[in-house]
Design a protein around this ligand. Sequence first.
Ligand code: DX5
Ligand code: ZN
Length: 222
Amino acid sequence: MRKNILAPSILSADFCHLEQDIAQTVDAGAQYLHIDVMDGMFVPSISFGMPVIESIRKCTDCFFDVHLMVEQPERYIERFAQCGADGITVHAEATKHLHRAIQQIHACGVKAGVALNPATPLSALDHVLEDVDMILIMTVNPGFGGQKYIPQMTEKIRTLRQRLTQMGLETDIQVDGGIKTDMVRSVLEAGANICVAGSAVFGEDITGRTKAFMEILKEYRQ
Ligand code: DX5
Ligand code: ZN
């Protein structure tokens, strides 16, 4: 049985008290921390990088799920692994050598994910499906927190889960962008099992908001 996981995105946390924000969501049950690295090239915005990840690694044992929104991510895979990443996700659109990038991630001893932008077809994964630990279906165009979920992505998740099942694979499917509590059930029902949530977790009452997500994730059995 697949495990349902909450991955709060620290992009929406308050960097003045990042340690407290992280502690609140982890203590309330979040299993992953989703860490969005943006380079100002693959996406318009720039977020943060290695020094921040190295710092927060000292304050929690939580799984670090690093989402690289970076051109030619293979340049940085080793460095992010050294900084404490437990999983590294690269975008299929950002590298000419996706298979090699996945091998590089595994060679560092961390889990490998591949992300697809909303307009990228699932066929981009055709020859790597058996090699990845997680597939990230972007449910907004990457680059910013607080955007609206793109409804057509539910069908994409469903098709991907069917394909994985046909191949006998139990690969994790992560959804990222515009995920609020009221839509967790529909993405789980479509076949996702890891929910990223930024603006819906951080801000006010991080504990209460995390618990609300965890309740739905725990009650829903795949
Ligand atoms: C968007 C990032 C997301 C973002 C999600 O490019 O990949 O992880 O933080 O934020 P929300 O949940 O607010 O849409
Ligand atoms: Zn992300």
